[in-house]
Design a protein around this ligand. Sequence first.
Ligand code: PLP
Length: 394
Amino acid sequence: MIPRFKPALGLQELKAALTWPQHDDVARFEKAFAAKMGQKHAIAFPYGRTGLMMLLETLGLKDKEIICPAYTCVVVPHAIVFSGNIPVFVDSQEEDYNMNLDLVPEAITEDTGAIIATSIFGYPVDLDKLDMIRQQYPHIPIIQDCAHSFAAEWKGRPVQKEGIAALFGLNISKIITSIFGGMVTTDNDTIAQKLRKLRDSRLASPSLTKSFRRLFYLLAVYPTFWPPLYGLINRLERSGFLGRLVKYYDENSIDMPSDYLEKMTDIEARVGIQQLKKYDIIINTKRHLAELYSRQLHGIKELQLPPIVDGATYSHYVPRVKTRETVLSKALDDGVQLGRLIEYSIPHMSSYAKSKSIKKHADIAEKLSIETINLPIYRNILKSSARITALWKR
Ligand SMILES: *Cc1c(COP(=O)(O)O)cnc(C)c1O
């Protein structure tokens, strides 16, 4: 069974997790992370969504409209709501799955508090268009959501530097991981200082229980991705047995994990430090595989291939198909697990559809939520990529 994703976790991460804490583990991770992303400051959080929530509070935003894509991870509007603000959804575009920036000006009102520019699936947000919005509305801060993209570049400009701050996610499905966890980076000294202060006053130190849970979770990840066991787990997942355990969102409610106000653990930080060392190799592999898939799957009628874009980091490789369920289940029969990563358009979810204050433009987002699949795109897949492309070559 070829898994749909696989974290690049090795012996170094295991060793790092099991060493004795050094007290400044989180600070060391922050420093290394900031350096790698070319930013002055990095502030660690238990989840990316906690970081976003506190960033919005740090910017003094309350009862404001926060513009974000309709097609993004649902934790983003959750964080907006938890910060006391209102998400405003803007539809996405077919070309690269990103928010359609041409629609942003008409979503702006006098209550707009911020714009969250996301580089979804590693496709850099169009900074030329974003520059125009910034010139027209210089008082509206732009937050870069780099949870997928990390340091993707638009015409040579790294996206994470093109806003007041940038947000990163570090759970095990992201480009690099610290088990769970998230980061906010910024070049702005005042915001960094305020955000750090808010975090340290509002978040509790991680309990021993949380540290043990994180360690056990990490230890469980290793055997989970061992092929024979992965096959078994997948069968359980398919039968619906694991469904409730692995789903990270609830269609009907806007909520946060129970420990979202407990700081990142030292264990996570030490794993994150090791992962940063692999960052370049991981990105290069993803770029290589995206190009390989593009060449090998070119011309297959059933697949609408994702674009190859300079500077993209390809957290995911996301073609579109018309009959997704059939494609996924046929692939599983051939031992390949394909993903359907964002299988919702947020304004269409019942939790957000119920909410009256939210604007809804999401025709493309809805289409993408139904048609996208994602192919495995990680290091160990290089030798089996032929098995994946063979799914469509019979
Ligand atoms: C993963 C992710 C985040 C942050 O997620 P957390 O699970 O809270 O760390 C933010 N935005 C996007 C687009 C994501 O995919």
